[in-house]
Design a protein around this ligand. Structure first.
Ligand code: URA
Length: 210
């Protein structure tokens, strides 16, 4: 399995879709290599394309504020996007571009092994739950394999519609609650030679995500 730095090099050199022709530079993502919490946005905008860092424009400033509201900061989490290169004029990424870029995101997820992934907005939501509406599924944890998905509105939504600002803050508070909740203890495989319920481990009520 490749480490994040190797993956970032591959992303910087990637020419697998047309976005490589219009980008200033690719934006692999940044944060803690072993982050338990990973945010996945849509794609870099103007500022991100210029500086090579995710979420550093107005939506990113709101994301920083949201993280702060639950006692977190960027170095505690990993932040990346569905596509690593800016779509021209900030248009939506095309399905083929997200498909071409998915190998990079999948490899990042495999390297980081987060416990909770927060898809920000409908494009990231569709990676796991195609056809579902972000307005309906937001702020509800869903198990997916070994992961918990916790979809949220994209922070940019509050820049276009100020009324969503307090909704997004409330949804983030629920994310904070989820992270503080005890993790379900791993169930050991049933031992046929020793039937009966296993004793809970002493840690099983003490573990939280942070
Ligand atoms: N919007 C996104 O989806 N990602 C960024 O990195 C910046 C804005």
């Amino acid at each position: 399995m490749a480490d994040l730095q190797t993956l970032a090099q591959a992303i910087h050199g990637c020419t697998d879709c047309g976005l490589a022709r219009s980008r200033t530079q690719a934006v692999p993502g940044e944060g803690a290599p072993q982050a338990r919490l990973m945010f996945i946005g849509e794609g870099p905008g103007f500022n991100e394309d210029q500086q090579g860092r995710p979420f550093i424009g107005p939506a990113g400033q709101f994301l920083d504020e949201l993280l702060g509201s639950i006692g977190l900061a960027r170095p505690d989490v990993f932040i990346t996007n569905m596509v690593k290169c800016r779509p021209p004029n900030n248009r939506d990424p095309f399905p083929g571009e997200m498909e071409a870029c998915s190998k990079h995101l999948d490899a990042q997820i495999e390297a980081i092994k987060p416990k909770v992934i927060v898809p920000l907005g409908r494009h990231a939501l569709a990676k796991w739950f195609p056809g579902e509406s972000i307005g309906k599924v937001r702020a509800k944890p869903r198990r997916f394999g070994g992961l918990t998905l916790f979809p949220l509105y994209h922070p940019a939504a509050a820049l276009h519609n100020g009324a969503l600002r307090s909704t997004i803050l409330e949804d983030f508070a629920k994310l904070g609650d989820l992270l503080r909740a005890p993790e379900p203890a791993e169930q050991p495989p049933r031992d046929e030679a020793a039937p009966g319920p296993a004793e809970p481990s002493p840690e099983s009520h003490q573990i939280s995500m942070f």
